[in-house]
Design a protein around this ligand. Structure first.
Ligand SMILES: [Ca+2]
Length: 238
């Protein structure tokens, strides 16, 4: 004979099963980065500054060049990582985004705090001005999260703002993350990190978890008007 507790548990389990939306299982995909770039600022003021970008090495760092003990030039490197999201359905609800960033080497890595920022454009967008544009975006745009990075793979949960941005861009088939040192431009801060380039053995990855919503129920017109019970079934089981 079943105990009261067991009966309650069975009823509870049956109720939960009946209330769960159908076909709403979460899917998780791991995407490899297909573009990784370093964006570099070099100059001592706005007039003489220039920017360029390249695919290797990809470093997060700042340098100051001194002349007679006087800092005469800044050199600040930021990075961007881009993913192709075309394998995720455009109507998916994105529930989590985790960046796995691979660090090849660095200097005093345990002190390198990194800001992971929103970049709403592909890395190459803008043609010749892309280097300047991405450098500015990575530095000025909202920060998803800040974390320390060490040698090897680092798993960074980018949070709900990143999930919302990725979801909003599913029709555009790309997602880009900017990386910069949290503390840039300090005279005595020579610490830096070098990230894996786009074709390195251990690629940067993006783990995306999402749910594809059920298609909306619609009653074929050929069913006629005698369909009230179907309407109620729909309400019960969706
Ligand atoms: Ca898409």
């Amino acid at each position: 004979m079943k105990s009261i507790g067991m009966r309650f548990a069975l009823v509870l389990a049956a109720t939960v099963l009946a209330l769960l939306p159908r076909n709403a299982a979460a899917t998780s995909v791991t995407l490899n980065a297909y573009d990784v770039k370093e964006f570099e600022y070099f100059g001592d003021d706005e007039e003489t500054a220039y920017w360029y970008c390249h695919t290797s090495p990809v470093r997060l760092r700042n340098l100051t060049i001194f002349d007679g003990g006087v800092p005469i030039q800044w050199w600040i490197d930021r990075a961007g990582i881009e993913f192709d999201t075309s394998s995720i359905p455009d109507n998916a609800n994105v529930t989590s985004v985790t960046l796995k960033v691979y660090v090849k080497q660095g200097f005093e890595l345990n002190t390198v705090d990194v800001e992971f920022t929103r970049v709403p454009d592909p890395l190459d967008a803008g043609g010749g001005s892309a280097c300047y544009g991405r450098w500015i975006q990575i530095g000025n745009n909202p920060v998803y999260t800040t974390d320390n990075i060490l040698y090897g793979y680092n798993s960074i949960s980018l949070g709900t703002d990143a999930a919302d941005d990725l979801e909003d861009q599913l029709g555009d088939d790309f997602f880009t993350v900017g990386l910069k040192k949290k503390y840039e431009g300090l005279y005595d801060d020579y610490y830096w990190a070098e990230l894996a380039e786009w074709n390195y053995t251990y690629p940067h990855q993006l783990v995306v978890t999402y749910v594809v919503p059920d298609p909306e129920y619609s009653r074929p017109a050929s069913f006629g008007e005698e369909t009230s019970s179907w309407g109620r079934l729909k309400d019960l089981y969706r």
